[in-house]
Write a protein that binds this ligand. Structure first.
Ligand code: ZN
Length: 486
């Protein structure tokens, strides 16, 4: 709650004290959680858990509690407190340094973050790759090698699609620009997320620098968004994205309240839900057949002259752009792959923090054909490295994109009526399928098990690549793309 407050309403003067408070609480929580008495209780429970059916709640609760405990006891409480205090101070500095394009201020802070990340990984030695412990925390079961091979496979499917699209005339998305006062933007976002199923009796929407979702309890799952008064897309899609995270958390079985099972399964699975609602649903034609009249009513002067089709094409414009969070569905993963490779280079010691801005520019130019004019829209743009670990924070987004398409395809094959319902503003069937197959399980199953149970097979890129090809061949009128790339 202190973190939520810091990111929403706390006055800037509170930063120093808040860093101290966060560090103290992190230390106390860590000490409690690593108490040897807890380890003894887990040992005592193990024979009981071993005697239970493999999939029952208690057996899984013991498994997850043990995994968390065994990870936590490897990390000294003092280290946790120092890292937390550093992250809080670094985040505060980043909120000022990014708008000022001031990498020089962030450089020593990032060097310390990198050192903390390397030390953290060191507690889990031996490992195959120094990033493995950082990845296995948020994305259980994944390793550097697995992510690298998944990314390589996806990259070879994506690059021809990107090339085919950027050879076409650029879509005109000027209808998204204009003057959109904050209050009606927030009201419209709220109406949309409520309609898709976000329960405002158990949640709320506030403003922040970097949108996020946080859960205090089953009855209190909050999200934040960011508003640009000159662009309609920012608040809307950030809100939908975070509402996707929140639908997941609000859907966890209440029986798990107060236990380690009471949250999503992994960063990747979590991201599959934010991106499913933001992109697969929120950027679909059917979705806007329902919501566009409401958007027109909210901003009549602006949208009355914009046909639905023009708006639909604008929100699905594919372009080589500087900012990850503004990137379209097709190029988005290239942003992630680049960050993933750079953080591996930092962790392995192949890249020094002082050389990061230049390495960023060079890689960006190689992948996107454009160079960021400054660090603000280059290596300073994401909060991750400046408020947490270097490593482990990015792979989940692309895993999420892949899984979002796979889950959505499974839901559609069970309920083909979902598409038509969406155009009527009905999201109940899709929401119920996701709740049944994903949300209610919380952390009970591993990410691999969840994907297997919900879709009948392991994670694979085919549904995602098929989704992109179908959608963007139609938008960009690329009749030969699908044939050539099969
Ligand atoms: Zn997210």
């Amino acid at each position: 709650m202190l973190g939520w407050d810091q990111a929403t309403y706390m006055p800037p003067g509170g930063a120093v004290a808040r860093a101290r408070q966060g560090a103290l609480l992190s230390r106390l929580a860590h000490e409690k959680f690593t108490d040897p008495a807890l380890g003894e209780l887990l040992d005592e429970l193990q024979p009981y858990a071993d005697g239970l059916p493999r999939d029952c709640h208690d057996a899984r609760l013991v498994r997850v509690a043990r995994r968390d405990f065994e990870k936590a006891v490897k990390v000294p409480a003092d280290f946790v407190a120092r890292w937390s205090a550093h992250s809080s101070a670094s985040y505060d500095a980043w909120t000022k340094a990014r708008p000022a394009d001031d990498f020089a201020t962030m450089r020593p802070l990032l060097e310390r973050s990198l050192e903390f990340s390397r030390q953290y990984a060191g507690f889990f030695a031996p490992y195959e790759h120094i990033a493995d412990p950082l990845i296995d925390g948020p994305d259980e079961g994944m390793t550097t090698a697995k992510v690298q091979s998944l990314f390589a496979e996806l990259r070879s499917a994506l690059v021809p699609i990107v090339r085919a699209i950027v050879a076409q005339p650029l879509i005109d998305d000027s209808c998204l620009q204009g003057s959109f006062p904050e209050a009606p933007q927030m009201a419209f976002s709220l109406a949309v997320i409520k309609r898709v199923g976000y329960d405002l009796g158990r949640g709320r929407l506030d403003k922040t620098h970097h949108p996020f979702c946080t859960k205090f309890a089953a009855g209190d799952v909050r999200i934040t968004t960011r508003v640009r008064e000159n662009n309609i897309a920012e608040a809307l899609f950030s809100s939908l994205h975070e509402a996707g995270h929140a639908l997941y958390e609000q859907g966890v079985d209440v029986a798990f309240e107060g236990t380690p099972l009471n949250s999503g399964a992994s960063a990747g699975v979590h991201e599959s839900q934010s991106r499913l609602w933001e992109n697969v649903v929120g950027r679909s034609r059917g979705f806007w057949e329902h919501f566009y009249p409401l958007l027109r009513d909210t901003f009549p002067d602006h949208f009355k002259v914009v046909p639905l089709e023009a708006f639909y094409r604008a929100i699905n414009k594919v372009a080589r752009s500087l900012i990850r969070t503004d990137a379209d569905e097709v190029t988005y993963n290239l942003h992630i792959m680049m960050r993933f490779d750079l953080e591996l280079a930092l962790l392995e010691g192949r890249l020094a923090v002082k050389d990061l801005p230049e390495a960023w520019r060079a890689r960006f130019e190689a992948d996107f054909g454009i160079a960021p004019p400054d660090d603000r829209d280059g290596c300073l743009q994401d909060v991750h490295w400046y408020a947490g670990s270097v490593g482990g924070g990015f792979q989940g987004y692309t895993i999420g994109n892949i899984q979002a398409a796979q889950f959505h395809a499974a839901a559609l094959s069970a309920h083909p009526e979902i598409t038509a319902q969406m155009a009527r503003g009905e999201f109940g069937t899709l929401h119920a399928w996701l709740r049944e197959h994903l949300y209610r399980h919380g952390r009970k199953f591993t990410p691999d098990e969840l994907v297997e149970r919900a879709t009948g097979g392991p994670m694979r890129i085919a549904p995602y690549v098929a989704y992109l090809r179908t959608k963007y061949s139609e938008i960009y009128r690329l009749p030969r793309v699908s044939q050539r790339l099969v």
